[in-house]
Design a protein around this ligand. Structure first.
Ligand code: URA
Length: 195
């Protein structure tokens, strides 16, 4: 599994499938322990991630790391990646065609990891992952904090959408919803919650 993930990461680092490669410093394939069977999926790298080539290392990443650790989960113990692996200019939202061009990498990462739990962070990631399973998402608020059982070639898994940590940085009123979701996420990861 780790060899396959490294092979995918090497392809991502030299990818030219969409124009985002023109402005990147580094592509950001993802990192963490794939053996956990737990994958967190964000939107796209920001400036710090582009510089370091690592996911969620800027201010949203610090909040993610804190939410994980305050719920007894170390960030090294889960796999963290994004739907889009290169930074959109000025941190704009990824475009549909960029998501489409990058999606085969996420699919291959998931096929290699065979996760039992996927946490989607924010609207783009949620829409993309639930969309792979034929579920339309109109708004993140309509689906966050709910467990979706989906079938994959390797078995059933839980998809749990939550807010993007950056949303809580811009809008402190969202912080308590995010904290509530991470308490649930901790129980789901530890197998203490099935529904
Ligand atoms: N926001 C994301 O969605 N992903 C990152 O890696 C960093 C910020």
């Amino acid at each position: 599994m780790k060899r396959e993930l490294e092979k995918i990461a090497e392809e991502i680092r030299v990818c030219t499938r969409c124009p985002l490669h023109l402005n990147r410093t580094n592509a950001v394939p993802g990192e963490g322990d794939p053996c956990s069977g737990v994958v967190f999926i964000g939107e796209a790298p920001g400036q710090s991630e582009d510089v370091q080539g690592r996911p969620f290392v800027g201010s949203a990443g610090q909040l993610l790391t804190q939410l994980l650790s305050s719920n007894g989960i170390s960030r090294e113990s889960v796999f963290i990646t994004n739907v889009v692996k290169c930074r959109p200019p000025g941190n704009r939202e990824p475009r549909e065609e960029e998501i489409k061009a990058c999606l085969p990498y996420l699919r291959r990462q998931l096929e290699a990891i065979k996760p039992r739990v996927i946490i989607t962070l924010g609207r783009h990631s949620t829409r993309t992952v639930l969309g792979m399973h034929g579920r339309a998402v109109n708004s993140i608020m309509g689906v966050r904090g709910r467990e979706f059982m989906v079938e994959e070639s390797w078995g059933s898994l839980v998809v749990f959408p939550t807010l993007h940590p950056a949303a809580a940085l811009y809008n402190p009123g969202m912080r308590s919803s995010l904290e509530d979701d991470f308490k649930r996420i901790s129980r789901i990861i530890k197998g203490e919650e099935t529904k």
